[in-house]
Structure formats: structure tokens, C-alpha cells
Design a protein around this ligand. Structure first.
Ligand code: Q9C
Ligand code: ZN
Length: 365
């Protein structure tokens, strides 16, 4: 059985980004989720609404934060929570303003370690790597709601058993926003603030120690954050198919294979801009073979619809019906592996709903 998870608090985050030299409303907007929800409702697909912000204030929340802390720095999490208020108190912005970085941390020859500046204005550039990760008054609430969907979704799946003695939920689609795969645990970027995939992996491990976990990242962009977090980890296989030389520009090459004990557990498939669905499917088959050989007991799919042919931030020749083929191919190859599907990017609002429905149809076929 497949469950779709949604938290209305994820709609609260709405910020700006730098495009060229203009500050514009971020393409990663609440309208994306509204479009997806509308399509799901029209097709009478059940959507399960859960709220990070209600009820469970005690042990559940504490557990969520414990798991988030495994892959995210405490100073960074405090920054996400506090920086907007600090900027308002310092008179840098009004309540309805947006925190944006000015100067980023950069490596120097001094040998001095990275250290967060005390000044909250300066600090924005220490905890971010680009200007697509603004912070407004309700960002933090949405960021936690988004992360909580990954956390709760993983919990729902951890009771799954193939021989029907446990739960029959074998797939969860978590309608996360903001997305997660560009966040490396100490820097926001590419619309991402908490790495939802890393959080899901930590959540799974809390009840299945030593588990082999597979991550398939099929957002158009390379998931630099997820790669970074698991780069030395032999128990997590990260496999990504993404646009070559595209954002985030500095990662995603084929020769990035992992390090130390994690060598071999990181596989990148950069694909030329403008690639056809045939070229895409060829890479997908290879990616899935690697995942199958790894024998994961839990699969995380970072799913972006910015591979869509007319996406403003992506450049593959993929159409609505292709998402069914992609989903069916993943499911056929990795059947019986409980799967958490996390929404990442995808910016053509008018077609997002249809693309999600197509993916779900293929997954269930
Ligand atoms: N500023 C995801 O798809 N930069 N992130 C775009 C205009 C950010 C994409 C260029 C692209 C981020 C999750
Ligand atoms: Zn993307």
C-alpha cells in the first residue's frame, strides 16, 4: 500500500531568490504543493495530513530533533530557528523581510577552522552556500514540518513486512517542501534547509542498526548535500542521475565515488543537458542495478520533477507519461524494498500535479 503524507505548515515558507541580478519570488513556492494536492484530490487519491506543530510536544518532538542532530550541526539548526528574529531585532529587516546571505565562508591559507561569526548579519553567509535559501518569519516552522514528513514516513515504513505479519504500507510519498538534497548539514542552499533524505536514513537506523540503505536521487540537480553527508559511509549507497555541469556546479562528477570505508558507495551519473528519455532510461537501469546489487533494506528516492522538458531549472526531454515509466522501472527492479519517496524540486506548476499522478500510476502498476 502507498501512503501520501502532507503537512499544511509546509505551505508557510515563501521566500525570494536571486536570479541573475534580480530578487524574485522563489520558484520553489507553496503553489507547487497546492497544485499537487489539487490533482491528488481530483483523482480521489487519499492524502494523509499530519502536523509537526500540533499534539505531540514531548517525546516525539525530542526524538525528531535527536535524529535531525545526527546529520545537522546544532549551531546551524539554532541559526535556522533564530536568525529571522535576530535580524528583525537588529533592525536589519521588517517582520515580513527575508534573511539573505552577503558574504560566504571561503577556504584560506591561514589554516584557521570555520567558525560562525557572532553578528547575525554576517552569520547568514556562514550557514548558506547560495542565494536561493532565504529565511522568512515562518520558514523554520515549514522546514520542521517538511522534515517531520520524512521522519514520520520512515516510521510508517519500518513496520512493513513482506510476509504480511506487520504493516502493509510499503511506500510513502512525503510531500516535502522545502526540499532537502542540497543541504549538507551545516549550510542551506538550492531551496534546501534540512536534508530530509539524511534524516530518513538516520530514522531508519534508529530501529534497524547496521542497515544497508539505498538512496536514488532523480532530481535534475545533483544532491551535493546527501552525497556529502554519506560520502564516507559504506552502509548508505547514494546514486544520482543529474544534469552535467548544472547547479550546484561543484559536485556530481563521475569520479566522486566516496572516501575511506565509503569508497564505492557513491555513484554519480551526470547526463548531458538536453538528454532524451531513452538516454535517461539507460542511466536509470544502470543506477538501479547498482542499488539492487547493494541489497538495501530501505530505499529513499529523492524525486524531483525538474527533469520535465519545460522546467525553468532543468533541461532533460522528459514528458508526463515518462514519469510512469520511470516509477514502474524503479519498482520492478527493487520490489519488496520499503520505499520513502521525498519530493525535491520541480517548478512547472501547471504540470506538477499530472507528473506526480503519472509517477504514482507507474509505481502502483
Ligand atoms: N537562482 C532543487 O531543485 N538556483 N533545487 C537556481 C537561480 C537554485 C534547485 C538558479 C536551483 C536549486 C531542490
Ligand atoms: Zn532540482
Amino acid at each position: 500500500m502507498l501512503v501520501v503524507l502532507f503537512d499544511p505548515d509546509t505551505l508557510l515558507h515563501q521566500t525570494v531568490e536571486l536570479l541573475g541580478s534580480k530578487l524574485i519570488p522563489a520558484l520553489e513556492s507553496p503553489k507547487r504543493l497546492e497544485a499537487i494536492l489539487k490533482s491528488l484530490r481530483i483523482s480521489e487519491h487519499d492524502v494523509c495530513t499530519i502536523r509537526a506543530s500540533s499534539g505531540d510536544r514531548g517525546e516525539g518532538k525530542a526524538r525528531l530533533f535527536r535524529v535531525i542532530s545526527e546529520s545537522h550541526h546544532n549551531g546551524y539548526l539554532e541559526h535556522l530557528r533564530d536568525v529571522h528574529d535576530e535580524w528583525v531585532s537588529a533592525g536589519l529587516i521588517e517582520q515580513d523581510g527575508h534573511v539573505m546571505p552577503e558574504c560566504f565562508w571561503l577556504p584560506t591559507s591561514t589554516g584557521k577552522p570555520m567558525r560562525p561569526p557572532r553578528d547575525p548579519f554576517a552569520r547568514a553567509g556562514y550557514y548558506a552556500f547560495d542565494m536561493s535559501s532565504g529565511i522568512m518569519s515562518e520558514s523554520y516552522q515549514a522546514i520542521i514540518a517538511s522534515a517531520n514528513l520524512a521522519y514520520e514516513g520512515t516510521d510508517m515504513l519500518s513496520g512493513f513486512s513482506v510476509n504480511a505479519s506487520g504493516s502493509d504500507v510499503d511506500t510513502v510519498l512525503a510531500l516535502c517542501r522545502p526540499p532537502g538534497h542540497h543541504c549538507d548539514g551545516r549550510r542551506a542552499g538550492g531551496y534546501c534547509y534540512i536534508n530530509n533524505a539524511a534524516l530518513a536514513a538516520s530514522t531508519w537506523r534508529a530501529s534497524h542498526s547496521d542497515a544497508q540503505i539505498g538512496i536514488l536521487d532523480i532530481d535534475f540537480h545533483h544532491g551535493n548535500g546527501t552525497q556529502e553527508i554519506f560520502y564516507a559511509d559504506p552502509k548508505v549507497l547514494y546514486v544520482s542521475i543529474h544534469g552535467e555541469d548544472e547547479f550546484p556546479y561543484y559536485t556530481g562528477a563521475e569520479d566522486e565515488c566516496g572516501i575511506g570505508a565509503g569508497e564505492g558507495a557513491n555513484i554519480n551519473f551526470p547526463l548531458k543537458v538536453g538528454s532524451s528519455v531513452e538516454e535517461y532510461m539507460e542511466k536509470l537501469e544502470q543506477a538501479l542495478q547498482h542499488l539492487l546489487d547493494f541489497k538495501p533494506e530501505f530505499l529513499i528516492v529523492s524525486l524531483g520533477f525538474d527533469t520535465y522538458h519545460s522546467d525553468p531549472l532543468g533541461h532533460f526531454q522528459i514528458h508526463t507519461e515518462d514519469y510512469a515509466t520511470i516509477a514502474e522501472t524503479i519498482r520492478r527492479k527493487l520490489k519488496d524494498v520499503p520505499a520513502l519517496i521525498l519530493l525535491e524540486g520541480g517548478y512547472v506548476i501547471e504540470h506538477l500535479g499530472a507528473n506526480v499522478l503519472s509517477f504514482l500510476k507507474g509505481w502502483k502498476s
